[in-house]
Ligand binder design. Sequence first.
Ligand code: ATP
Ligand code: MG
Length: 351
Amino acid sequence: MKAHIVTLPGDGVGPEVTAAAVAVLQAVAEHYDHQFTFEEHLIGGCAIDASGEPLPAASLEACKKADAVLLGAVGGPKWSDPNAKVRPEQGLLALRAALGVYANLRPLQVHPALANLSPLKNEKLKDVDVLFVRELTGGAYFGAKTRTADAATDECRYTEAEIERVVRRAFALARERRHHLTSVDKANVLETSRLWRNVVQRIAPEYRDVKVEHQLVDSMAMLLLTQPGRYDVVVTENLFGDILTDEAAALAGSLGLLPSASLGDGKRGLYEPIHGSAPDIAGQGVANPTGAMLSAAMLLRHSLGLEEEAQCVEAAVSHVLAHGPRTRDVGGQGNTAAVRDAVLMAVEDHA
Ligand code: ATP
Ligand code: MG
């Protein structure tokens, strides 16, 4: 098949890990006889430096025309003054909103070979297989903000329609998995959470084969650490999802391991590792490319419908995590290029 992929490497380690993910997609194209074309654009701090804007019009236009978008990371100390007029993160928020990618999928598994890196020793870590679905285009991130001399507000607003579309996506995903959906809110305190819970309860009867559970976010933060093996699909609003998925990422052993997919109603998606720009290791060639490469696998699956190819990449990554080389964050001494090359070889073997 033919596919046009826009890459937005961004800042810090973004370009290093994105290059590895592109190499994986090129290997897949070669072995399965697909034609993938790539077009690179600026976003974040590098875009501010070049044009004064965190999301230049040319970048956005290219993304809107692409079949899928592969992003590295944005931000870094150079642009981190909280009072600055333009910040790299604004580019990413604007891109998510413009592409209408309201459902952010973050799968969490603990690779058996890395179980010793997880802070959890007591749980059967191999049973951990959770898919977080975080609402991505609403809530406090996008509400009105005010600031006076001695006070500030962030409006958290959700419409029923915004909740319904992401909850329906989560139900559909639960159906493809273990038929268990956990909806996370703060319905004992927040009005948006009461609306959220009402919407889940209203549409649940359409998915009778899915067992629904409601958890308050504070309780969920604890349960993720005490009983992570209990959960299948977890759906929640933007801010709660941001916090819970960083917590969940720690269970895997390194932020560098985990991928994400941001999806809307169509096939086009935005794919990025969950880690940030990691300025402390940027430019050294030692970033773990696993999260970015697994994001490429999600791209193959969700935007291109290439399930076999996606599984091939996942198997190759898993093989390399088990047998090495590994980057420093996961206890190895390999660099990004060594891990990339090992995964490329494993793709060849699995293809
Ligand atoms: P952001 O604000 O952009 O989300 P963050 O504060 O969450 O960023 P990261 O940039 O993700 O932070 O980095 C957090 C820590 O994890 C750093 O020590 C960084 O080196 C490490 N880290 C992040 N990504 C990787 C990676 N791909 N490989 C190795 N280490 C990583
Ligand atoms: Mg972060």
